[in-house]
Design a protein around this ligand. Structure first.
Ligand SMILES: [Ca+2]
Length: 209
């Protein structure tokens, strides 16, 4: 009986010792999380909870540190990642005095470009009138801030919309036939998005001699 009491007392004493220790668990260490936005190829780090000072949350893309500054609770976004041809990997980590305290899970994804390219036409000008046989050079260009331009084509279409000539920038537009035409610059980026710009021009019949 005495031993049992001693044992119970010991258990109670142990609980008394253990319980305060469990309640005083270490505060959550610094963490960072990472997400892939998908459309703009952005990575973000958010809320390194309890981040000590001095310390920084770092974002690494394809093994290279691309963001090194963060304060507690700050969201960090990398520069748009421009290589759309490969799958990228990224993770974040919290570093304090050159020691890595926390490393997040790695996220892998392919960059996507959902922004269409732009096209502009400088020649012909909209509404321009030329005479049959005149020299009329095509002037147009395409631009894309995401995956880059894959194609940039000048198209001459008749009033019914039928394609009658494909021309490159600086090349001559066929003016041998009278009529009203559309000139369309068609841009395509490396992600398959397209954009275009169109003008109309008229070829008047040459005066009879
Ligand atoms: Ca684009």
């Amino acid at each position: 009986m005495r031993k049992v009491l001693v044992g119970a007392a010991l258990v109670a004493a142990m609980l008394g010792l253990i319980a305060p220790a469990a309640q005083a668990a270490k505060p959550a260490g610094p963490t960072c999380t990472i997400a892939w936005s998908g459309t703009a190829t952005l990575f973000a780090i958010s809320t390194p909870t309890g981040m000590p000072k001095p310390g920084t949350a770092q974002l690494l893309v394809d093994g290279a540190v691309v963001v090194t500054t963060a304060t507690n609770g700050e969201t960090m976004v990398s520069n748009p990642y421009s290589d759309y041809a490969v799958t990228h990997s990224a993770f974040c980590r919290v570093v304090q005095k050159a020691k890595v305290l926390f490393t997040s899970a790695t996220v892998t994804a392919a960059a996507t470009d959902e922004t269409p390219p732009t096209a502009t036409v400088s020649s012909p000008t909209n509404g321009q009138v030329v005479t049959q046989g005149d020299v009329l050079l095509a002037g147009f260009e395409c631009a894309d801030s995401g995956s880059g331009i894959a194609g940039c084509q000048g198209q001459v279409r008749n009033s019914a919309g039928t394609l009658i000539q494909v021309v490159g920038n600086g090349e001559a537009i066929n003016t041998s036939n009278a009529g009203t035409f559309m000139f369309i610059a068609v841009a395509q980026d490396n992600a398959g998005n397209t954009g275009q710009a169109a003008v109309t021009f008229t070829v008047e019949a040459a005066p009879e001699t």
